[in-house]
Design a protein. Structure first.
Length: 68
């Protein structure tokens, strides 16, 4: 393996918007990484439908393609 071409990685705490915290390895600098969705609140893992729409994209799509 070549030396000095791979990024440095370290352990960091990940904090989700739902309040869940977990440790994981990352190449991103810093000790705390904030994320919006994790396995504790993701609809695939929870079985609950939840639309994450921060910019009104769903409404814009529905408005554009609604039947007239």
């Amino acid at each position: 393996m070549k030396k000095n071409i791979h990024p440095n990685h370290h352990s960091a705490e990940f904090q989700c918007a739902c309040g869940n915290k977990f440790m994981c390895a990352t190449t991103k600098p810093g000790d705390v990484v904030k994320v919006e969705i994790c396995a504790a609140c993701h609809p695939f893992f929870t079985g609950k439908q939840k639309i994450v729409d921060t910019a009104g994209r769903v409404e814009k799509f529905n408005k554009r393609y609604e039947k007239k």
